[in-house]
Structure formats: structure tokens, C-alpha cells
Design a protein around this ligand. Sequence first.
Ligand SMILES: [Zn+2]
Length: 409
Amino acid sequence: MHADMVLINIGEVVTPPGPGPRRGRAQAELRRIPDAVIAIRQGQVTWVGPRTAWEGKATAEVDVGAAAVVPGLVDPHTHAIWAGDRLNDFEARAQGVSYEAILAAGGGIYQTIRHTAGASVETLVALARPRLERLLRSGVTTVEVKSGYGLTPEGEIAMLRAAARLQDEVPMTVVPTLLIHVPPREGREAYVEEVVTSLIPKVAREKLAVAVDVFVEQEAFTVAEAERILRSAQRHGLACKLHADQFHVLGGVELGVRLGALSVDHLEASGEAQWRALAESQTVATVLPGVTLHLGGTPANGRALVDAGAAVAVATDLNPGSSPLFSAQMALALAVRLNGLTPAEALTAATANAAIALGFQDRGWIGPGSRADILVLNARDWRELPYALGADDLIQAVYVAGQPVWSRE
Ligand SMILES: [Zn+2]
């Protein structure tokens, strides 16, 4: 066997044993290979196993100095494109001002929409690039980026064009999602009509997104509106996702399951019925601990979801208002503290299951046939990854499709 490159002197490779989704107890099963070698050819892993069993040859050898190696992280839910900031909101909230009062004073999400909708594609790209670079340094090799602050069809399309441009500027895979986020303050019926009859067909035609997401909540869209929007997405060959059960259980989870959504995200307010519905479905349950950390409130019960048999993923939900979390490693670590996952379950949540939440079978694990998305840790034990909080030197090197795209030196 001849490889383009081999990673040698790996202290341990720790990975989900194959592609996701990994559900229930299987989510905790990891393959651990001490003293390992990984062989890569044309961007794919061709062989992984103990050093003593490696008999192939390679054009290049990289000695990783006995470091632990895990799959590249997948961040399946971000709003990384925005303009303006929410620093005043943050300070006001910390001083005890209510979210309603902040909204009434012109802050909150409509402030982000005002700034974002007024920005050029160039500006949006320039603002988002350093955010994605921060995620890359936290180990992200595939990232989802949602629209949703454009509000008007033109604004949403500008955000998606910015996402497409970002793909040329950052080394990780950028997956664009059209998010129908909040209705306009007036004329919501006409807005949904325009989304269904004009925006979604255009986005599908121009391949500006691979999925459509709808925020189902009292302040956002109803289940009936979301169903209309997502059925249109499906008719146009786009996958479905939902923001559901963040504050209220309104039926968004059940809708996602019924439509075969890739994932339903948030789930803070979900209970037994929703956990069971997700466990009996193909839909990934994505938890967002950064929101819980930033806003307070009840975390999504990842423990109950896994115990019920669901496939749980974790994401940063990077956004200016509710989750200014620039590290997927930190999201993984918070899933242990806030969502009740074990370290092994959290690794699967941030890799194999997060990949499935974006429709990818070929990443989030390390084995023959996987894309060679690999993190070399600045640690000999992989558990430093879920353990450390705020360590900015935990990732030694990031490989995307076999290419070294970032390293600490
Ligand atoms: Zn979100």
C-alpha cells in the first residue's frame, strides 16, 4: 500500500468507529488505537492501526510526537455571518435589564438584522472570516453557516453569497443553510408566501444553500408556517432543519421528525415525548450549550436524549445575541458539563453525529474511506479535549482532507 502521507508516532487515535449516526449507547463507543499510524491518500484515510501492523510505504511522513489524534470537529449550527454587535445588550442584560426592554429600546435580534441587512457581501465576508478562523483553531474542519439576519429575500441571498465566498477563503468546508429566522413585524403572511414561492426556488436554483432551517417559537414562526416553508424546501430538493423547543414546546420537534429533518436544534424545553420522538427517528438532536452558558436557563437534556436512544450532536450556535462561543472544543466540553454527556458521547456528538446533522457520512470519524480531517492534540490523552476549558493551545495541528491547514507553530 502506498500513501501520500502517513502520520506516525501517534500516542493514541480515538474516534467513533465509523460513520454516524451513533444512537443511544453506541454514542459512547469509541475506537482507541494506542501507538498508531494513519495513512492518507488523495485526501482520504486509507489505513489506520497500530504501528507494528503498518507495512505500507509513504511519500511523506509526519511525526506527531506521541500526541493524541481525533477526527476534525464538525460545527453543525452557526450564525457566523453578522454585522454590528450586541455589546450594549450584553452589558444591559448583566445589569438586570430584561430582554423585552432591550428589544423595546431597539436592541436584540432586530438590531443585528438592521446592521446585517445593510451590509455589502464584501463587508459580511470580511466580518465573518476571522470568526471562522477562530473556529478552525478550535478544531473545526466542517462548519455550517446560516443566513437569517437578512430578513428580506435580497438580504438573505446576500448572506448566502457571503457564505459561498467564505468557502474560498477558509480551509474548512462551509455548509450554507437558508434560515427563515423571524417574521417581519408586519405582513408575515405575505412574507411566508414570498419565501415559499420565490426565495426558496431561487436559492435552490442557484445552489446557494443545501438546507432550509426555520425557527419555531412564540416570537418566531408557528408550526404550520414552518411546515409550509419546509415542504417547499423539500419540493426543491433542499434538506430540512429546525430551531425548536428553545423556550416553548410547540410541536417543532414532531414536525422535524415527520419531515425527516437532518436535525432539530435547541431542545432546552423538550420533555419525554420529544426525546422519544427523536429516538425513534432518523433526525439528529443537536444541543447548544453556549446558549445555556450565555443566557442562563435550562440546558437541553442530552443525557435523557442519549438514554432514550437518540443521536445527539453538539454545536457552538455561534451568534452575537445568544451564544458568542468561538470554540467547538469548548462546545464539546460544555456538553459534558451542561447537557450531561459523557466525554466519549460528547466526542461523538461533535464529530460523527454532527457530520450527520449536515448530511455527511464521510467525516467525523477516522478510518478507511473517511475524509482525512484530523486533529493532532497538544496532549497525549484525548480526554484533555472534553476536559479543558479556555485552553487555547490544546490543538497542535488541523488537517482538512489530508492537507495541513493550520498548526500552532
Ligand atoms: Zn441558532
